[in-house]
Ligand binder design. Structure first.
Ligand code: ZN
Length: 234
């Protein structure tokens, strides 16, 4: 199996972080495909946002549009079947005594990375790009740098491949992620992220704040709001 060094597969959920990752990949690689997973998350609004972003990129960023290839939407119904997380069940979002948010879906990123690697392998894409981040940490252990690196080793051994999992946001805080977005696509990309990306755990999109849409109260909104405010101050 020869993997193409100029080809990347982006884990693209339609959220702020994965949108910045998509822009990063489009500015770096000649051919970029996207993948997302429908796993019975409570709010499929994220999937609608991602579709709109994919449609808008060729219009607003023609050079990136030429590089944007196939989109893979993978159904993973097993995750909600085996999970009691607040992301897949009607459950309150809190922090449990171990410091883990109730939005944690155990094994989710491990499963997603495995599926992404299987797709990348068959599409001959060397690079897998994910928005995992250890700074401004949401407390998900499978987003840690060591977890991701361990997955890369396991997947390459298991598939006899030399895939590279890249996480451009790993050591950035949320303000720095906005700054990266600006560096990649200036104001048009900032506007696209503000208007079209979805972050809110409650699926709220009726109110437009300075930092985008959301309830403004859930942990994901608070993180996004603080990051944007710090970015604007800086
Ligand atoms: Zn929210």
């Amino acid at each position: 199996m020869t993997l193409n060094n100029e080809k990347a597969l982006v884990l693209f959920s339609g959220g702020q972080d994965s949108s910045v990752c998509l822009a990063w990949a489009l500015s770096k690689y000649e051919r970029v495909e996207t993948v997302s997973f429908n796993y019975g998350q409570r709010h499929v609004i994220e999937l609608e946002c991602r579709r709109r972003i994919l449609d808008l990129i060729p219009i607003q960023f023609p050079l990136w549009g030429e590089r944007l290839g196939k989109d893979h939407l993978i159904e993973v119904p097993a995750l909600s079947q085996i999970s009691t997380s607040a992301l897949t069940a009607d459950q309150e979002i809190t922090i449990d005594p171990d410091g883990l948010p109730t939005t944690f879906v155990p094994g989710r990123n491990i499963i997603f990375l495995s599926l992404a690697a299987a797709i990348a392998y068959q599409r001959e894409a060397r690079h897998i790009i994910g928005g995992m981040c250890e700074t401004d940490f949401s407390g998900y252990p499978d987003c840690r740098d060591d977890s991701v690196k361990a997955m890369q080793v396991a997947l390459n051994l298991g598939m006899d491949a030399r895939l590279v999992i890249e996480t451009p946001l790993m050591w950035l805080d949320k303000a720095e992620t906005w700054a990266l977005a600006y560096a990649l696509g200036q104001d048009p990309l900032i506007q696209l992220i503000l208007e079209e990306t979805h972050t809110c755990y409650l699926g709220e999109r009726s109110v437009r704040h300075s930092w985008g849409y959301g309830c403004g109260e859930c942990p994901a909104c608070v993180l996004r709001k603080r990051g944007y405010e710090r970015y604007m101050e800086g």
